[in-house]
Design a protein around this ligand. Structure first.
Ligand SMILES: [Zn+2]
Length: 44
């Protein structure tokens, strides 16, 4: 999921999988779809 977080008086969109921050919701969602952290190798 993409989480909202406030930092430096701005709203950011955070990938809950890897913690990467985006200033644009669409960018965050696009990243999330390709985020490698969704399927960590150590779980396999
Ligand atoms: Zn991510």
């Amino acid at each position: 999921m993409v989480a909202h977080t406030e930092r430096d008086e701005r709203t950011w969109f955070e990938c809950e999988e890897c913690g990467l921050l985006f200033d644009d919701r669409a960018d965050a969602r696009q990243h999330e779809g390709a985020c490698d952290a969704e399927d960590p190798p150590y779980l396999q």
